[in-house]
Design a protein. Structure first.
Length: 453
């Protein structure tokens, strides 16, 4: 390719560091799509004859089939997928294949390939997130009244339902869908036709290629077009937040499936045994999901670091965008599939969840609220009095509902027998009737109105 300017071939080490074909071959379908659109535009504008376009289109279609059938020879010395396809096109149709590169550069070629790929990965993530949300919604609806402790600081806080807990993640992953959709829209401008950095003197129709490739409009500045990898960073940012959500849920599955909790039992096909302890059933899939989050974060930080000091326009540093992106995409797709299967196969241990509410005085806030509503005591004072009653219960190894009325009245004379009606976990659960609260009726309403994102 460089024969006109160079006297010597690249050194073996130069080929080793320079060639991206071993990994960017993954972009073959996007590269051929972009070339097909470019060829059609060149013919439309009279830059190619109809016969030349026909030969190019037939050649590109044949190359696509060769790759998909595993018959294509990827030669490392051709550096990247763009040159590999172009070289094979020339082999198939002769010199006319060299006309395909008229009015474009590898700079805008790789930019459009990457943008097409990232948009497809956004759509894939959205599809898998919808599947995960469908399972979360189903399991939440099954457990609207399955009572469990809600935690803050991993300390028992207030009674909630397991359905309410799952609905929290349903909402989280809904935001992830919105982020990926927004990212898809943001990367809706087509860089093809920007050429190396300054545009081209040929009579181009960039609106034609943009529409043919599914973009809304062409990019407005050629210099920016070939310098831009914001769209990759956008995907990696969305993927990192989504992976963080997966990791939080995975962490709680690890905790909740441990024997001290026993809230859930993991599907056996997503656990592993021990080489020495025959009783073990380890939540390895969840642990691996938790760990793989770091790989996606690493991909984001890798590319942020690559891009942070680059002058306009294209620099070869930007070739380092691909391996980190591909790894993040694969990791996220696997994580979403595994989490969906794990949640779908969970066994819920409602008895253990209910038993856990016997510790930690989960209805203390209900007692304070009763003092406010029934005795007219300011909340801060009610909070203090309730703390004193909790202290008495703890010192005497009692549940809050078992503290004698006479002892409560020593702290607050206004307390009556009616207070015990609010001190059960079920009463606390049902009392949370505010919009978005854990009360079963509220949760059923929220599940019924959930939008299909």
């Amino acid at each position: 390719m460089w024969g006109g300017r160079f006297d010597l071939p690249p050194a073996a080490l130069m080929q080793e560091i320079n060639a991206s074909l071993p990994y960017d071959r993954r972009l073959y379908s996007q590269d051929i799509r972009g070339s097909q659109a470019h060829a059609a535009m060149l013919a439309k504008q009279g830059i190619l004859t109809a016969e030349e376009e026909k030969k190019i289109q037939e050649g590109l279609s044949l190359i696509l089939k060769e790759i998909e059938d595993g018959r294509f020879e990827f030669r490392r010395e051709l550096e990247d997928i763009h040159m590999a396809v172009e070289a094979r096109l020339k082999e198939l149709i002769g010199d006319v294949g060299g006309k395909l590169h008229t009015a474009r550069s590898r700079n805008d070629q790789v930019a459009v390939d990457m943008k097409l790929f990232v948009r497809e990965e956004c759509e894939k993530a959205i599809f898998l997130l919808k599947d995960l949300r469908r399972v979360l919604k189903k399991r939440a609806a099954e457990n609207v009244e399955t009572i469990m402790p809600g935690f803050t600081h991993l300390q028992v806080a207030q009674p909630i339902s397991f359905g309410f807990y799952l609905h929290a993640y349903y909402e989280m992953f809904g935001r992830d869908i919105k982020r990926f959709k927004n990212a898809f829209d943001v990367m809706g401008e087509c860089p093809l036709g920007a050429a190396a950095l300054a545009g081209t003197p040929y009579n181009m129709d960039r609106f034609f290629t943009a529409e043919k490739l599914g973009f809304g409009t062409p990019t407005k500045n050629a210099f920016d077009s070939v310098s831009d990898r914001d769209f990759v960073l956008e995907y990696l940012s969305c993927a990192s937040i989504c992976a963080m959500h997966l990791s939080r849920l995975a962490e709680e599955m690890v905790v909740f499936s441990s024997q001290p909790f026993g809230f859930v039992k993991m599907p056996q096909e997503y656990t592993s045994g021990s080489s020495i302890m025959p009783q073990k059933c380890n939540p390895d899939a969840a642990e691996l999901l938790r760990a793989k989050t770091g790989r996606i974060y690493g991909s984001l930080m890798t590319l942020l670091t690559v891009m942070k000091g680059l002058p306009l326009a294209y620099s070869k540093d930007m070739q380092e965008d691909k391996e980190c992106l591909f790894d993040a995409c694969d990791t996220l797709v696997l994580g979403l599939k595994v989490m969906t299967a794990m949640i779908d196969g969970l066994t819920i241990r409602a008895d253990n969840m209910r038993k856990a509410l016997e510790n930690g005085f989960p209805t203390a806030t209900d007692l304070a609220d009763w003092l406010v509503k029934k005795a007219g005591i300011p909340f801060r004072q009610a909070h203090h009095m309730t703390g004193q009653i909790v202290k008495f219960a703890e010192q005497n190894d009692l549940r809050l509902a078992d503290v004698p009325l006479t002892e409560m009245q020593k702290i607050c004379p206004q307390i009556t027998q009616d207070v015990y009606a609010v001190l059960s976990a079920e009463a606390s659960l049902n009392a949370r009737q505010s919009y978005g609260g854990t009360a079963p009726d509220q949760l059923r309403d929220r599940l019924a109105e959930t939008e299909e994102l």
